[in-house]
Design a protein around this ligand. Structure first.
Ligand SMILES: Cc1ncc(COP(=O)(O)O)c(C=O)c1O
Length: 386
């Protein structure tokens, strides 16, 4: 637990209306994280692995571990060490399919339960592995659903995946298939298409899969409609039963965003209202809103504005251009935000669902960037404007 997190506040509002912080603050609710973990554990018909890249904060890793998460998807030796420091016995899935020889050697020292590959050259590069080590062949399909295309960088086409899977089995390793439908994927049909293709690939390779890893991609609550995680879990289960018939690979999911995003709120402050009505906030795309360069902002139902006393501004929402605090004119959100028309300088802007790919992508450009994390029991209290 870091220095700032030794205090637990009821809500972000209780904290910021008392301390009037001038710097951006990430508010973390372990209760919210616990309930997300429970939703995955109760609803997903398989194993839960956490994609560390989304938020490798030690307090997050500790909270996950304390709530029964014992499998971690790691992308690098540095992430392996972060996990090992918190959970020495954790199962590690090294599912970044491209690694250097040095990275492989380092990872082997820590014991890797599952490696993903999307090319024969990467399988060869792994060298000798303990018999029965799991190798998950990463596949890609032209399937829409996520906010951007994860297949651009990684994944084997089905025709290449078949010989790769055969090669895994012939080397005495345990074959698995993995995929990622794209982050913030709200279309259950994307998982269904992948599961169908995975079954066809396994059949063509004449291989029985040890496991089927359905990736991350599970959406956080950032859109106009609430997310239906259970609906996605049920479609995944039904698709596995339908397409794998008598085979019964263990299902694994490895969410990042879907698990941690909704356990955090980011609270920013209005530094200035420009003469044309644009707002300058104390954080932006070089900080905790880095992702908002590549995806639309959260829907306004996840954003609220408060005055310094902690009272919510309820003016009619109006679109505002948003700049971050740096001297760089690119430091601007790609879309305007609808914010209450009575917003004032020094008000606080609270954005729910900012626990994934935010703190970890924050730079210190121009000396800015959110580095403070405060613990809260809950993330909201006041009624929200719609
Ligand atoms: C292999 C792998 N698994 C899981 C994830 C987590 O994805 P998400 O945060 O969309 O759940 C990622 C994200 O890049 C990934 O590359």
């Amino acid at each position: 637990m870091n220095e700032q997190s030794s205090w637990i506040w009821d809500t972000p509002n209780a904290h910021f209306s008392r301390h009037l912080p001038d710097e951006p603050i990430g508010y973390f609710s372990p209760n919210a994280l616990r309930s997300k973990v429970s939703a995955f554990q109760a609803g997903f018909d398989g194993l839960l692995s956490y994609a560390v890249k989304a938020n490798p904060d030690p307090d997050v890793l500790r909270c996950l571990t304390q709530n029964g998460v014992s499998i971690f998807d790691v992308a690098s030796p540095a992430e392996i060490e972060m996990v090992r420091a918190i959970h020495p016995e954790a199962k590690l899935h090294y599912h970044n399919p491209v690694r250097s020889a040095q990275e492989i050697a380092q990872a082997k020292l820590h014991g890797i339960a599952s490696w993903s590959v999307d090319a024969l050259s990467e399988l060869d590069k792994l060298g000798d592995l303990p018999k029965g080590s799991e190798i998950a062949v990463r596949i890609k399909l032209p399937v829409a659903g996520g906010l951007y295309n994860f297949g651009e960088k990684f994944g084997a086409e089905p025709a290449q995946a078949v010989p790769l899977l055969k090669a895994v089995a012939m080397r005495g390793l345990a074959p698995a298939i993995t995929f990622h439908p794209g982050t913030q994927c709200t279309a259950p049909s994307a998982w269904e298409s992948y599961i169908k293709a995975a079954a066809q690939i396994a059949k063509a390779a004449e291989v029985r899969l040890l496991s089927l890893n359905v990736g991350g991609g599970f959406p956080a609550d950032r859109a106009a409609q609430p997310v239906d995680l259970l609906g996605i879990f049920n479609r995944i289960k039904a698709a596995k039963e339908r397409y794998f018939c008598d085979q019964n690979p263990v299902l694994v999911c490895e969410p990042g965003r879907g698990l941690v995003a909704d356990a955090f709120a980011l609270v920013l402050r209005v530094k200035n209202i420009r003469p044309d009505g644009a707002l300058v906030l104390n954080d932006g795309i070089y900080g905790a809103l880095a992702e908002w360069r590549d995806m639309p902002p959260a829907h306004s139902r996840h954003i609220a504005v408060f005055n310094s006393k902690g009272d919510e501004r309820l003016g009619k929402p109006a679109p505002r251009i948003i700049f971050g605090p740096t001297c760089d004119s690119l430091d601007r959100l790609c879309e305007p935000l609808a914010l209450p028309s009575d917003i004032k300088e020094e008000d606080f802007v609270s954005i729910q669902g900012t626990g994934a790919y935010s703190a970890v992508l924050t730079s210190r450009f121009n000396g800015y960037g959110c580095s403070k994390q405060i613990y809260c029991r809950a993330l909201t209290s006041a009624p929200r404007h719609l």
